[in-house]
Write a protein that binds this ligand. Structure first.
Ligand code: ADP
Length: 423
């Protein structure tokens, strides 16, 4: 072990089918990774030999090798060890089975596999989605990635469901490129905050994704990988069944939870293959505060980009009268007070126009694509802005926006998510 600039520089030699796992915890620390020889990958993306990758606070990484490699790690890691046992062969077999289905689909010009990952939180669902998508795209496929995890999703910011066409492997240190994602605003960090709305959005997203599969032959044969959130009990289980039905899934991969596996085998039609997968010993459990930090970081990256790819957002004023700020969901009324023909559920999807007020401060607002109020709920969004000041006297909001003024639409939908712009 050598010391340079008070930073630890260490070399690790891995045999075939092993992985080096490490975490970067502290906000001030950075860890640099270089592949010196052999072949290795990070969650399915191949590492370029000799190139140095930088990881910042919160990163929890596994560098896996099929054939053996030598790695150099510089900087202070919170935990670092080599694991000899990994489920990578099992995950790779899953990829093999999906690839077989794609080849069959291609022959008959049919739809490739629609696969969904389910399981409790922190079992590696997002990581396996990424591995499977990376393997597919490395074989020349163009799958669609759907993320229904409204808390810790990989498409757009938290509080949304969305889809991305995957055209190249995820960047080792930054994940999938976020070019032209299809995003629907849900506005909460857990689906149970508004189950009715969540289900409507999932159905809407499924319809749009299926339309995209129809128009692109290569994508059609490549299929879809769907990541879900970790809410698997009671209403959460019903949501999973609803999502599986909406997307017409062919394969469900259940991680770590045998009870859930058995329930799905029992409740899904026979043509849906349900597979049980073990979780990797490397998956790190995240505390509530780490999850909340991760959400913050994703929103910060949405506006300001990453170390490697900085973005420069705009800050400008809009008059209260220039925008229409809406909220989805009205306070519940007892059944006896509901207008004739209205179900108790309906209030959860009611669009309420708000008078701008100090309560909007730091809130995220979704910029709707729709110009008609009645279509706002099911319409996807153009992007997001954050309210950084409310001046009630002058009737002005100050807004942080990825795009300069004017806003592409004057209908803005309030999200429960907040972001403190301390940049
Ligand atoms: P889930 O989607 O089920 O909540 P994730 O896939 O997000 O779980 O995994 C949780 C955390 O564990 C992530 O930070 C991820 O980077 C990390 N992780 C996953 N697999 C490994 C592994 N084999 N070694 C080290 N860290 C891992």
């Amino acid at each position: 072990m050598k010391m340079t600039d008070k930073k630890v520089l260490q070399e690790y030699t891995l045999d075939q089918d092993q992985e080096l796992r490490f975490e970067v915890e502290s906000k001030t620390d950075k860890v640099y990774l270089t592949l010196k020889s052999g072949i290795a990958e990070v969650f399915g993306t191949e590492i370029v030999k000799g190139k140095t990758y930088e990881f910042t606070a919160g990163a929890k990484i596994a560098v896996y090798t099929w054939h053996g490699c030598v790695l150099e790690v510089k900087g202070k890691t919170d935990v670092i060890y080599t694991a000899k046992e990994t489920p990578m062969v099992i995950y790779s077999n899953c990829h093999g089975a999906l690839e077989f289905m794609r080849i069959e689909a291609e022959k008959d010009n049919k739809r490739g596999p629609i696969a969904m990952l389910v399981g409790p939180t922190d079992v590696g669902k997002s990581t396996i989605s990424r591995i499977l998508l990376n393997y597919a795209v490395r074989m020349g496929r163009r799958p669609i990635f759907v993320d229904l995890d409204v808390g810790q999703g990989q498409v757009s910011i938290p509080g949304t469901v969305g889809a991305l066409m995957i055209e190249r492997p995820a960047a080792i240190d930054e994940g999938f490129s976020q070019e032209a994602p299809l995003v629907y605003n849900f506005g909460h960090k857990t689906p149970h905050a508004n189950s009715t709305l969540f289900h409507i959005l999932v159905e809407q997203l499924a319809t749009t994704v299926k339309e995209r599969l129809e128009v692109n032959k290569r994508t059609r044969a490549s299929g879809v990988i769907i990541n879900t959130c970790g809410w698997t009990k009671a209403e959460g289980y019903k949501q999973l069944l609803g999502s599986a039905k909406a997307f017409e899934v062919d394969v469900i991969m259940v991680l770590d939870q045998e009870r859930l596996y058995n329930e799905l085998v029992r409740d899904l039609p026979n043509f849906v293959k349900v597979v049980f997968l073990p979780k990797s010993g490397g998956v790190v459990e995240r505390s509530k505060s780490i999850r909340s930090e991760a959400r913050d970081q994703r929103i910060r990256e949405y506006f300001y980009g990453t170390v490697r790819n900085s973005l420069y957002p705009h800050s400008f004023d809009v008059k209260f009268s220039e925008v229409k700020i809406c909220k989805i969901g009205a306070p519940a009324l007892p059944d006896s007070c509901l207008p004739l023909g209205m179900k108790a559920d309906d209030h959860m999807t009611k669009l309420v126009v708000l008078t701008p007020n100090a309560g909007l401060l730091h809130h995220i607002l979704a910029v709707s694509f729709s110009e008609k109020e009645e279509e706002v709920i099911t319409s996807h969004v153009a992007g997001f802005v954050c309210v950084t000041n409310v001046d009630a006297e002058r009737q002005i909001l100050t807004i942080l926006s990825p795009q300069p003024k004017p806003l592409p639409n004057n209908i803005l939908v309030l999200s429960e998510l907040q972001f403190m712009d301390t940049h």
